[in-house]
Structures are given as C-alpha cells and as structure tokens.
Design a protein around this ligand. Structure first.
Ligand code: SF4
Length: 109
C-alpha cells in the first residue's frame, strides 16, 4: 500500500521526468572551457598570466621550484587531452596554455 507521503513523493518525481529530458548533459568543464584567456584580460593581468611560463618571474612556492611551475601541473588546470590548452578554474574554465603560468599556481595535491 502506498502511503499519502509516498504518493506525493512519487508524483513530484514523475512530474520532473519530462523536464529532465530537456536538459543537455554537458560537463561544466566542456561547456565553459571554450574561450582562450587573452593575456590582456584584466584578470590575466592581475594574476600575471603568461602563455609561456619561462617568460615569467616565478618564485618557489609550496616546496616547488619556480622553474617547475606550469599550468599543466597546477591544481586548477583541466587537461583537454587533445590540445596544448586546458580549462582553468581560476579563469572560469576558459582555456589557458598548458605551458603557461600565473600567480595563482598551486601544486596538485
Ligand atoms: S591558476 Fe594554474 S592553471 Fe590557471 S592560469 Fe594560473 S597557473 Fe595556469
């Protein structure tokens, strides 16, 4: 026997099913990581983002030598696996160069 409470729960779930079929299942990273971060973007300037890490003055951070810090080994980097660019969470998942760097660099745990 279905209780009144169970009936209400089932009814609300059934009511949302048609809506779910309208939703496109796109991961946040693939949806947002489509635009390249311009180096003259205000947030890029503020974080001193560069597309070639060796052109930046990088200091040692969290036990990692500055010369070893690149976007590709940063906690905020999402590797695209198809290009030399990937999404950066610090830049709203816009694309940054895998060999790039910015002051927000944090080592992968
Ligand atoms: S936060 Fe990390 S991945 Fe993003 S631009 Fe800076 S160094 Fe690169």
């Amino acid at each position: 026997m279905v209780t009144r409470r169970q009936f209400i729960k089932l009814s609300s779930i059934a009511a949302t099913l048609p809506l779910l079929s309208q939703v496109k299942l796109i991961s946040p990273a693939s949806a947002a990581a489509i635009e390249k971060v311009p180096v003259d973007d205000p947030s890029a300037i503020a974080l001193k983002y560069v597309e070639v890490a060796s052109s930046a003055s990088r200091t040692d951070k969290m036990g990692v030598a500055g010369s070893d810090q690149i976007c590709g080994n940063c906690l905020f980097y999402k590797d695209s696996a198809t290009t030399a660019m990937g999404g950066c969470a610090l830049f709203q998942n816009r694309l940054v160069a895998e060999e790039g760097w910015c002051m927000g660099w944090v080592p992968v745990a």
